[in-house]
Design a protein around this ligand. Structure first.
Ligand SMILES: O=C(O)c1cc(=O)[nH]c(=O)n1[C@@H]1O[C@H](COP(=O)(O)O)[C@@H](O)[C@H]1O
Length: 271
Protein backbone atom coordinates (compact mmCIF):
# COMPACT_ATOMS: atom_id res chain seq x y z
CA UNK A 1 0.00 0.00 0.00
CA UNK A 2 1.39 3.42 -0.90
CA UNK A 3 1.25 6.77 0.93
CA UNK A 4 -1.82 8.11 -0.89
CA UNK A 5 -3.76 4.87 -0.41
CA UNK A 6 -2.98 4.81 3.30
CA UNK A 7 -3.99 8.42 3.73
CA UNK A 8 -7.21 7.71 1.80
CA UNK A 9 -8.02 4.71 4.02
CA UNK A 10 -7.58 6.89 7.12
CA UNK A 11 -9.98 9.45 5.73
CA UNK A 12 -12.59 6.95 4.55
CA UNK A 13 -12.61 4.92 7.78
CA UNK A 14 -12.10 8.01 9.99
CA UNK A 15 -9.52 5.97 11.81
CA UNK A 16 -5.78 5.69 12.29
CA UNK A 17 -6.07 2.62 14.47
CA UNK A 18 -3.61 -0.24 14.13
CA UNK A 19 -4.62 -3.47 15.86
CA UNK A 20 -1.64 -5.30 17.31
CA UNK A 21 -1.83 -9.06 16.84
CA UNK A 22 0.41 -10.01 19.78
CA UNK A 23 -1.34 -13.35 19.90
CA UNK A 24 -0.15 -15.49 22.80
CA UNK A 25 -1.27 -19.12 23.11
CA UNK A 26 -1.31 -18.69 26.89
CA UNK A 27 -3.67 -15.72 26.75
CA UNK A 28 -6.18 -16.55 24.04
CA UNK A 29 -9.57 -17.94 25.13
CA UNK A 30 -9.46 -21.58 26.26
CA UNK A 31 -12.25 -22.67 23.94
CA UNK A 32 -10.03 -21.93 20.90
CA UNK A 33 -7.41 -24.46 21.96
CA UNK A 34 -9.44 -27.29 20.40
CA UNK A 35 -9.06 -25.67 16.94
CA UNK A 36 -6.44 -27.04 14.55
CA UNK A 37 -4.66 -23.65 14.50
CA UNK A 38 -5.84 -21.73 17.59
CA UNK A 39 -3.69 -18.66 16.92
CA UNK A 40 -4.96 -18.25 13.37
CA UNK A 41 -8.55 -18.80 14.51
CA UNK A 42 -8.06 -16.13 17.19
CA UNK A 43 -6.54 -13.67 14.69
CA UNK A 44 -9.24 -14.34 12.12
CA UNK A 45 -12.04 -13.59 14.57
CA UNK A 46 -10.24 -10.48 15.90
CA UNK A 47 -9.74 -9.22 12.34
CA UNK A 48 -13.38 -9.84 11.39
CA UNK A 49 -14.56 -7.96 14.48
CA UNK A 50 -12.26 -4.95 14.10
CA UNK A 51 -11.80 -4.51 10.34
CA UNK A 52 -14.35 -1.68 10.03
CA UNK A 53 -12.51 0.41 12.64
CA UNK A 54 -8.85 -0.25 11.84
CA UNK A 55 -6.62 0.76 8.93
CA UNK A 56 -3.61 -1.35 9.92
CA UNK A 57 -2.68 -4.64 11.60
CA UNK A 58 0.64 -5.36 13.28
CA UNK A 59 1.50 -8.93 14.15
CA UNK A 60 4.47 -8.85 16.50
CA UNK A 61 6.71 -11.55 15.06
CA UNK A 62 8.07 -12.68 18.46
CA UNK A 63 4.70 -14.18 19.36
CA UNK A 64 4.81 -16.37 16.23
CA UNK A 65 8.54 -17.20 16.23
CA UNK A 66 8.20 -18.40 19.82
CA UNK A 67 6.00 -21.25 18.54
CA UNK A 68 8.44 -22.49 15.90
CA UNK A 69 7.22 -23.73 12.53
CA UNK A 70 3.58 -23.78 13.67
CA UNK A 71 3.83 -20.12 14.61
CA UNK A 72 5.20 -19.17 11.19
CA UNK A 73 2.30 -21.05 9.59
CA UNK A 74 -0.22 -19.13 11.71
CA UNK A 75 1.49 -15.88 10.70
CA UNK A 76 1.45 -16.77 7.00
CA UNK A 77 -2.25 -17.63 7.13
CA UNK A 78 -2.95 -14.38 9.00
CA UNK A 79 -1.18 -12.19 6.45
CA UNK A 80 -2.98 -13.99 3.62
CA UNK A 81 -6.32 -13.48 5.38
CA UNK A 82 -5.87 -9.71 5.77
CA UNK A 83 -7.49 -7.79 2.87
CA UNK A 84 -5.38 -5.66 0.51
CA UNK A 85 -6.94 -2.41 1.70
CA UNK A 86 -5.41 -2.61 5.19
CA UNK A 87 -1.78 -1.70 5.89
CA UNK A 88 0.23 -4.61 7.31
CA UNK A 89 3.22 -4.29 9.60
CA UNK A 90 5.70 -7.05 10.43
CA UNK A 91 6.86 -5.92 13.84
CA UNK A 92 10.18 -7.73 13.66
CA UNK A 93 12.68 -4.98 14.62
CA UNK A 94 15.33 -6.28 12.21
CA UNK A 95 18.49 -4.69 10.77
CA UNK A 96 21.94 -6.19 10.11
CA UNK A 97 24.79 -5.80 7.62
CA UNK A 98 23.35 -5.08 4.17
CA UNK A 99 23.78 -8.59 2.83
CA UNK A 100 21.75 -9.97 5.72
CA UNK A 101 19.14 -7.19 5.82
CA UNK A 102 18.37 -8.04 2.20
CA UNK A 103 17.36 -11.54 3.33
CA UNK A 104 15.16 -10.18 6.11
CA UNK A 105 13.52 -7.95 3.51
CA UNK A 106 12.88 -10.92 1.21
CA UNK A 107 11.40 -12.91 4.10
CA UNK A 108 8.85 -10.28 5.05
CA UNK A 109 8.20 -8.55 1.71
CA UNK A 110 8.41 -11.44 -0.78
CA UNK A 111 7.66 -14.62 1.19
CA UNK A 112 5.03 -13.01 3.40
CA UNK A 113 3.95 -9.92 1.44
CA UNK A 114 3.85 -7.50 4.38
CA UNK A 115 3.59 -3.81 3.48
CA UNK A 116 6.17 -2.81 6.07
CA UNK A 117 8.65 -3.94 8.69
CA UNK A 118 9.98 -2.34 11.86
CA UNK A 119 13.76 -1.84 11.71
CA UNK A 120 16.33 -0.73 14.29
CA UNK A 121 18.50 2.20 13.11
CA UNK A 122 21.57 1.38 15.18
CA UNK A 123 23.65 -0.28 12.44
CA UNK A 124 23.18 2.69 10.12
CA UNK A 125 22.35 3.42 6.48
CA UNK A 126 23.58 0.22 4.82
CA UNK A 127 21.57 -1.90 7.28
CA UNK A 128 18.35 -0.07 6.41
CA UNK A 129 18.70 0.63 2.68
CA UNK A 130 18.11 -2.98 1.48
CA UNK A 131 14.57 -2.76 2.90
CA UNK A 132 13.96 0.45 0.93
CA UNK A 133 14.66 -1.14 -2.44
CA UNK A 134 11.23 -2.82 -2.62
CA UNK A 135 8.50 -0.91 -4.44
CA UNK A 136 5.53 0.17 -2.29
CA UNK A 137 7.13 -1.39 0.81
CA UNK A 138 8.00 0.54 3.91
CA UNK A 139 10.60 0.71 6.64
CA UNK A 140 9.33 1.76 10.06
CA UNK A 141 12.42 2.93 11.87
CA UNK A 142 12.63 2.96 15.68
CA UNK A 143 13.07 6.59 16.74
CA UNK A 144 11.76 7.05 20.28
CA UNK A 145 10.41 3.92 21.91
CA UNK A 146 7.66 3.62 24.51
CA UNK A 147 9.50 1.55 27.10
CA UNK A 148 11.19 2.94 30.23
CA UNK A 149 14.61 1.76 29.00
CA UNK A 150 14.16 3.88 25.87
CA UNK A 151 15.68 6.64 28.02
CA UNK A 152 18.97 4.74 28.42
CA UNK A 153 20.27 5.85 25.01
CA UNK A 154 17.59 7.69 23.04
CA UNK A 155 17.60 10.87 25.19
CA UNK A 156 21.40 11.13 25.24
CA UNK A 157 22.56 14.73 24.56
CA UNK A 158 25.06 14.85 21.74
CA UNK A 159 28.14 17.12 21.63
CA UNK A 160 27.00 18.14 18.15
CA UNK A 161 23.65 19.33 19.67
CA UNK A 162 20.25 17.70 20.11
CA UNK A 163 19.35 14.28 21.42
CA UNK A 164 20.24 10.90 19.99
CA UNK A 165 16.68 10.09 18.86
CA UNK A 166 16.54 13.47 17.08
CA UNK A 167 19.75 12.62 15.23
CA UNK A 168 18.13 9.35 14.10
CA UNK A 169 15.23 11.37 12.66
CA UNK A 170 17.47 13.92 10.96
CA UNK A 171 20.02 11.56 9.41
CA UNK A 172 17.65 8.80 8.32
CA UNK A 173 15.56 11.21 6.25
CA UNK A 174 18.38 11.05 3.72
CA UNK A 175 17.89 7.28 3.32
CA UNK A 176 14.23 7.21 2.36
CA UNK A 177 11.23 9.48 1.82
CA UNK A 178 7.84 9.99 3.40
CA UNK A 179 6.59 7.51 0.78
CA UNK A 180 8.62 4.58 2.11
CA UNK A 181 9.72 5.39 5.63
CA UNK A 182 7.83 5.88 8.88
CA UNK A 183 9.06 6.27 12.44
CA UNK A 184 8.14 4.50 15.65
CA UNK A 185 7.37 6.99 18.42
CA UNK A 186 5.93 5.62 21.66
CA UNK A 187 2.55 6.93 22.83
CA UNK A 188 4.13 7.38 26.26
CA UNK A 189 6.32 10.14 24.75
CA UNK A 190 3.56 12.64 24.02
CA UNK A 191 5.72 15.49 25.43
CA UNK A 192 8.09 15.01 22.51
CA UNK A 193 5.54 14.94 19.69
CA UNK A 194 5.72 18.69 18.95
CA UNK A 195 9.51 18.52 18.65
CA UNK A 196 9.27 15.41 16.49
CA UNK A 197 6.75 17.02 14.14
CA UNK A 198 9.19 19.93 13.63
CA UNK A 199 11.83 17.44 12.44
CA UNK A 200 9.53 15.16 10.43
CA UNK A 201 6.35 17.09 9.56
CA UNK A 202 5.29 14.81 6.73
CA UNK A 203 6.31 11.28 7.68
CA UNK A 204 3.86 8.80 9.14
CA UNK A 205 4.49 7.88 12.76
CA UNK A 206 3.66 4.43 14.13
CA UNK A 207 2.64 5.05 17.71
CA UNK A 208 2.42 2.02 20.01
CA UNK A 209 1.61 2.31 23.70
CA UNK A 210 -2.03 3.32 24.10
CA UNK A 211 -4.12 0.90 26.16
CA UNK A 212 -1.93 -1.40 28.24
CA UNK A 213 1.02 1.06 28.42
CA UNK A 214 -1.15 4.08 29.25
CA UNK A 215 -0.30 6.49 26.40
CA UNK A 216 -2.64 9.47 25.94
CA UNK A 217 -4.47 9.32 22.59
CA UNK A 218 -5.79 12.88 22.80
CA UNK A 219 -2.43 14.50 23.45
CA UNK A 220 -0.51 12.56 20.85
CA UNK A 221 -3.27 13.15 18.28
CA UNK A 222 -3.27 16.91 18.92
CA UNK A 223 0.48 17.09 18.41
CA UNK A 224 0.99 14.30 15.88
CA UNK A 225 -1.74 14.44 13.23
CA UNK A 226 -0.95 16.13 9.92
CA UNK A 227 -3.02 16.91 6.83
CA UNK A 228 -2.71 13.35 5.47
CA UNK A 229 -3.39 11.72 8.83
CA UNK A 230 0.24 10.98 9.52
CA UNK A 231 -0.37 8.63 12.45
CA UNK A 232 -0.97 4.93 12.96
CA UNK A 233 -1.76 4.34 16.61
CA UNK A 234 -1.37 0.76 17.78
CA UNK A 235 -3.11 -1.03 20.60
CA UNK A 236 -2.50 -4.74 21.12
CA UNK A 237 -3.45 -6.14 24.55
CA UNK A 238 -6.03 -3.41 25.20
CA UNK A 239 -8.06 -4.69 22.23
CA UNK A 240 -7.30 -8.35 21.67
CA UNK A 241 -7.48 -9.42 25.34
CA UNK A 242 -10.35 -7.12 26.37
CA UNK A 243 -12.22 -10.35 27.14
CA UNK A 244 -11.00 -13.93 27.15
CA UNK A 245 -14.42 -15.55 27.11
CA UNK A 246 -16.64 -16.69 24.24
CA UNK A 247 -17.32 -13.00 23.53
CA UNK A 248 -13.63 -12.07 23.00
CA UNK A 249 -14.03 -10.98 19.37
CA UNK A 250 -17.17 -8.97 20.00
CA UNK A 251 -15.50 -7.23 22.96
CA UNK A 252 -12.40 -6.51 20.86
CA UNK A 253 -14.70 -4.95 18.26
CA UNK A 254 -16.32 -2.76 20.91
CA UNK A 255 -12.89 -1.59 22.16
CA UNK A 256 -11.72 -0.84 18.62
CA UNK A 257 -14.93 1.09 17.92
CA UNK A 258 -14.43 3.18 21.09
CA UNK A 259 -10.94 4.17 19.94
CA UNK A 260 -12.10 4.80 16.35
CA UNK A 261 -14.86 7.14 17.58
CA UNK A 262 -12.29 9.21 19.49
CA UNK A 263 -10.04 9.22 16.42
CA UNK A 264 -12.88 10.41 14.18
CA UNK A 265 -13.30 13.39 16.52
CA UNK A 266 -9.58 14.25 16.46
CA UNK A 267 -9.45 13.91 12.66
CA UNK A 268 -12.38 16.33 12.36
CA UNK A 269 -10.60 18.82 14.61
CA UNK A 270 -7.10 18.65 13.21
CA UNK A 271 -7.28 17.75 9.51
O1 LIG B 1 7.71 -1.25 17.34
C1 LIG B 1 6.72 -1.36 18.08
O2 LIG B 1 5.62 -1.64 17.63
C2 LIG B 1 6.87 -1.02 19.50
C3 LIG B 1 7.76 0.00 19.79
C4 LIG B 1 7.74 0.60 21.06
O3 LIG B 1 8.43 1.55 21.32
N1 LIG B 1 6.89 0.10 21.99
C5 LIG B 1 6.04 -0.95 21.74
O4 LIG B 1 5.25 -1.31 22.64
N2 LIG B 1 6.08 -1.58 20.51
C6 LIG B 1 5.24 -2.76 20.24
O5 LIG B 1 3.86 -2.37 20.24
C7 LIG B 1 3.05 -3.36 20.87
C8 LIG B 1 2.41 -2.75 22.11
O6 LIG B 1 1.52 -3.66 22.68
P1 LIG B 1 0.46 -3.24 23.83
O7 LIG B 1 1.25 -2.56 24.90
O8 LIG B 1 -0.09 -4.57 24.26
O9 LIG B 1 -0.56 -2.35 23.19
C9 LIG B 1 3.98 -4.53 21.15
O10 LIG B 1 3.95 -5.41 20.04
C10 LIG B 1 5.34 -3.91 21.27
O11 LIG B 1 6.37 -4.80 20.92
Amino acid sequence: MNYQELSQQIKSKSSYLCVGLDSDINKIPQHLLKEEDPIFEFNKQIIDATIDYAVAYKPNIAFYESMGVKGWESLQKTIEYLPDDVFTIADAKRGDIGNTSKMYAKAFFEQMNFDSITVAPYMGSDSVEPFLEFEDKWVILLALTSNAGGKDFQFESLNSGGLLYQKVLEVSQKWGTKENMMYVVGATRSDEFKEIRKLVPNHFLLVPGVGAQGGNLKELSQNGLNKDGGLLVNSSRGIIYASNGQDFAKTAGIKALEIQKDMAGYLDQYL
